[in-house]
Each structure stands twice: as structure tokens, then as C-alpha cells.
Design a protein. Structure first.
Ligand SMILES: [Zn+2]
Length: 249
């Protein structure tokens, strides 16, 4: 680390649990973020500012006026532009020293597989079950930890699916792909603006912990927040013995 980096990351380096070693790990790490919407816009600034050396952002969408209430990497001037470009510009303003690669189209299974294989941690910040399951399959196959987040109306959920750890569940253990859950979207149900910030920043926190080995992650637990009552609760998650994605792995 050079002198500027020692200053930029000094408040991390001051943390005994992280120190120079932990910060060096972050600088050498690669994070894959699926989605540059509300959750991605909350997680990404902290991944960038914290000095994760390489970040890949995947999103096929363009910025819409209805996004701006909560997707804070995008500004009014970015309406109509690809979200990944707008996000990239904002992130490089925060930290020009990191590498940001963008994928501005819907990533198919083969591309997701390649992107996940090259990542040290994956943040699922998307808004649909098909993508969530595709990302989970690739994470299980390549044994890459997955930080999953969801936010709708006043309710949020966060978990870490780390199948490198024996007995730990994957996303499909919790939401079996064959049991089609009804798709619920912010576009029809609404979402409170800072809720996506709460969930996305917890995702960023878990990603930094996974990359540095600090603390205990949410692996094997589902953290839920009810913003109307401001109650945080968590429940234990077990691996489903006959999970169609991770059983036998
Ligand atoms: Zn599973």
C-alpha cells in the first residue's frame, strides 16, 4: 500500500480485526454484484469506498425516473442511460483506484457461471427469482459465498449462503425452485426508500467480513427487518437434505 492508500483506508487499518492485512485482502478481492437497482446502489458505494480492488456490476436496465426515489447512485441527468454506466461513474468518483467492470445486458447461465467462477464473493441485489436461482446455482457449483438481499414495502431480508461450510444451506434450500413463489415487485407493491439502503449496506458489511474472515457472517441465518416497527429478527436456516441444487455437494 502506498501513502495515499494508508490514509484512504486508515480507519479500516485502525481496526485490530482488519489492520493492514485485512485491507490488503480487500484490495486483492473481486466482488460480483448482480443488479444496480436499490440494493446494489446501497451496497456498491461501500464496496468501492472500502477498497475492494475489483468489482463487476451486472444490470441490463436503464435509469428511469421511478428509480430515483431509492437508487442513489443514479441522478436525474442519468435518466435513460444504462444503470451500469451511471453506477460506474458514481463509484469511480468515490474511489478512482479500483477496477470496475460492467456487464450491461441480462447475463445468461453460461455468462453468470463464468462471472461467479472469477469472483471471491457474490452479492445478489436483483429483483426476480429466476436470476436469484441462476446466481445461486453458479455459487454452489463454484463454492463462492453468496450474500442475498431483498426489500419490498417495509420488509427486508438478508442472508449469506456459504456452502463451503459443511451443512450450510443454499438459497434453493430456503426457496425451492420447483415451488414457484409469486413474484412480488417494487413496481407494483412499493418500497420505502431507505429500506433498500438498510438491506444493501448489511449486504456490503457481510461481503467485507467474508473477504477478510472477520467476525461471524449470516451464513445459516436469515436476518429480517420490519421497518414499520423497526424490529430486526433472525432465524436459523438448515440445509434441505433433498435440495435440488446443493444436495450431495
Ligand atoms: Zn440447497
Amino acid at each position: 500500500m502506498n501513502d495515499d492508500q494508508l490514509l484512504r483506508y486508515s480507519r479500516h487499518i485502525l481496526l485490530d480485526e482488519l489492520g493492514i492485512e485485512g485491507q490488503s485482502r480487500l484490495l486483492a478481492s473481486r466482488a460480483l454484484v448482480i443488479g444496480a437497482g436499490g440494493l446494489g446502489c446501497a451496497a456498491l458505494p461501500f464496496l468501492a469506498s472500502a477498497g475492494i480492488g475489483s468489482i463487476v456490476v451486472v444490470d441490463h436496465d436503464t435509469v428511469d425516473l421511478t428509480n430515483l426515489q431509492r437508487q442513489i447512485l443514479h441522478g436525474t441527468a442519468s435518466i435513460g442511460r444504462p444503470k451500469v454506466e451511471s453506477a460506474r461513474e458514481s463509484l469511480l468518483r468515490i474511489n478512482p483506484e479500483i477496477a470496475i467492470r460492467t456487464v450491461g445486458e441480462r447475463a445468461g447461465d453460461a455468462e453468470l457461471d463464468a462471472l461467479v467462477r472469477d469472483a471471491d464473493v457474490v452479492l445478489d441485489c436483483c429483483d426476480n427469482f429466476a436470476t436469484r436461482h441462476a446466481v445461486n446455482r453458479a455459487c454452489v457449483a463454484h463454492r463462492v459465498p453468496l450474500v442475498s438481499g431483498a426489500a419490498l414495502r417495509f420488509d427486508g431480508q438478508i442472508s449469506v449462503f456459504d456452502t463451503r461450510q459443511p451443512g450450510h444451506p443454499c438459497y434453493a434450500c430456503l426457496f425451492p425452485p420447483s415451488e414457484q413463489a409469486p413474484e412480488a415487485a417494487c413496481a407494483t407493491m412499493g418500497v420505502l426508500a431507505p429500506l433498500v439502503g438498510m438491506v444493501g449496506t448489511v449486504q456490503a458489511t457481510e461481503a467485507l467480513k467474508l473477504l477478510t474472515g472477520v467476525g461471524q457472517t449470516l451464513a445459516g441465518r436469515l436476518l429480517m427487518v420490519d421497518a414499520l416497527r423497526m424490529e430486526w429478527t433472525s432465524m436459523r436456516l438448515a440445509r434441505a437434505p433433498h435440495c435440488e441444487v446443493c444436495a450431495g455437494r
